[in-house]
Design a protein around this ligand. Structure first.
Ligand code: BG6
Length: 510
């Protein structure tokens, strides 16, 4: 790392602490507190924020779930999760200070009495410990409870904002099962609170590298003039995972890869790649621009399902515990989408994602057009490889730009080289906080920029719904199969090669 880069990196760290606003005194109430997400992500994130001094002096965390547990048992349970999953380990004073702010309230989600009890408990810690007037509710429960819990909270007045105190609610994905259910859920929520109180979380938006897409595009002058149909041939977005189902068959077999990964994470990545520069960096401006892109995505017509979508299952999926016999649920999909606006007209976006693939990697690659005229002779009139810009979301977070150079020596032979930027190399190891740290802090600060607004959610479903419907038709293209540990079915190669293009090799191994 050069001295200059070190200086920039250290300036940024200083600037970060100076710029971070500490949230108001508050209580965080987590529904589904005995579950996996709380253990693996939420508590480790809150613990890291507390250790870094980013939480207010007066804050409490109340875990809520069905199991019977006292505060001490809950603290022990959470300590195990934090030990296993937090980037900062629970030791000494840091843990003791955090642990004494953890409480547990058992509750049956559909029984009003439990919510009255919760409300009394929140009043009680408000008086005893201080800080419960502002409340952030986090719904980390099975999705069936998303309409139930807010209604119950509404009935006991817990979502009512008064005397300058805020009440916010974070809702995990999946937000709805299709367009109709997402509209219904929005409707139910709007009966008990304002849109501004609702934070629909998509953890991909909390990833540093995803936020960097905005900085990359709008803080550099050199790429923006090229960022359109005149210079870009196509865009590829790959979100590949090595994991299979784990213990999530009950959810996954009814969701499949389209609902699990495309409707939210991948459509968000596509939207951020394509948006126009917002006038200001705030929740309204940013989300307004995202909505414009979502409105312009051309829905796939029934007769286009065969050419523009492909679905597959890893070969052993049907043997997994809990999946339906002869299930047709897709664990892999590839889509070709278009955005009908001036910037992107006729530029295909190829999206692919799957489980049980060869590597875990998320990348966005932008392939620029070939040079218009080639004066360097090529074997058999071949074209030179075009420039490709890759934003590596994870792992090995960074960027790559390939371009042509002359091979040293006689003649005019050319070769592609890679210019790379790596977060780890330039900013140091372990500088990337977990996405949940960023998102929880933003919600506590009342910044909804990285959360999804109701219209965004519905528009994303409008893109996915026709594909789900098309796949349910008797004439639907068949489900392909692929071996675990590969890059998907061979038909996925044909899918893009039919357009004269190829999937890029990912940068995961570098
Ligand atoms: C979740 C999906 O939203 O994202 C999971 O439900 C998936 O199926 C996960 O494994 C991937 O997230 P990440 O951050 O590991 O890429």
């Amino acid at each position: 790392m050069t001295d200059q880069v070190i200086k920039i990196a250290s300036d940024m760290t200083t600037a970060k602490s100076a710029l971070t606003k500490i949230p108001d005194p508050c209580t965080i109430v987590i529904f589904g507190a005995s579950g996996d997400l709380t253990q693996r992500k939420l508590m480790p994130a809150l613990f890291s924020l507390a250790c870094e001094g980013l939480l207010p002096e007066q804050f409490n965390i109340v875990g809520v779930a069905r199991s019977d547990m006292n505060h001490e048992a809950f603290r022990d349970h959470i300590k195990k999760g934090v030990s296993a999953h937090s980037r900062l380990k629970p030791k000494g004073e840091n843990w003791d200070n955090f642990a004494k702010r953890l409480f547990y309230v058992p509750l049956q989600y559909d029984e009003p009495a439990g919510y009255k009890n919760l409300s009394d408990f929140l009043n009680h810690i408000d008086q005893d410990v201080g800080g419960a007037c502002n409340i952030l509710f986090y719904l980390s429960t099975p999705p069936l409870l998303y309409p139930v819990i807010p209604q119950m909270l509404g009935q006991v007045g817990l979502l009512h904002e008064a005397d300058g105190h805020w009440r916010r609610i974070i809702i995990e994905k999946p937000f709805g099962h299709d367009l109709a259910s997402a509209i219904a859920l929005n409707h139910t929520l709007h009966e008990v609170c304002q849109e501004e109180q609702i934070y629909r979380i998509d953890h991909y938006l909390g990833k540093e590298t995803v936020q960097n897409m905005l900085v990359f595009r709008f803080a550099n002058a050199i790429f923006e003039p090229l960022w359109n149909r005149n210079y870009i041939d196509h865009v590829q977005i790959t979100v590949a995972e090595t994991v299979t189902l784990g213990s999530r068959a009950g959810y996954y077999d009814t969701a499949g890869v389209l609902r699990d990964m495309f409707q939210n994470h991948i459509i968000q990545l596509m939207t951020l790649t394509a948006i126009e520069p917002p006038a200001e960096l705030n929740a309204t401006s940013l989300r307004d621009e995202k909505v414009k892109v979502l409105k312009a995505i051309r829905p796939i017509k029934p007769e286009e399902i065969k050419q523009q979508t492909l679905r597959a299952q890893y070969r052993t999926y049907r043997d997994e515990k809990g999946v339906a016999h002869r299930t047709r649920t897709a664990t892999y999909a590839a889509l070709k989408l278009y955005i009908d606006n001036w910037r992107w007209r006729k530029v295909p976006f190829y999206l692919r994602s799957g489980k049980a693939l060869a590597d875990k990697v998320s990348e966005i690659s932008i392939q620029f057009r070939h040079v218009p005229h080639l004066m360097f002779p090529q074997v058999n009139g071949q074209l030179l490889p075009p420039n490709v810009l890759t934003l590596t979301i994870q792992p090995n977070e960074g960027m790559h730009l390939t371009f042509e150079t002359k091979v040293p020596g006689a003649g005019m032979r050319t070769s592609s080289v890679d210019m790379a930027f790596r977060y780890e190399r330039d900013f140091g190891k372990d500088t990337l906080p977990d996405a949940y740290e960023r998102l929880l802090l933003d919600a506590l600060q009342g910044d909804a920029s990285l959360f999804t607004r109701s219209d965004e959610i519905e528009l994303a479903w409008k893109v996915i719904d026709p594909i789900l419907k098309g796949w349910d038709e008797p004439t639907a293209p068949s489900v392909h199969f692929y071996e675990s540990g590969t890059w998907g079915p061979s038909s996925a190669d044909a899918f893009i090669e039919n357009d004269g293009r190829k999937w890029f090799q990912t940068h995961v191994m570098e």
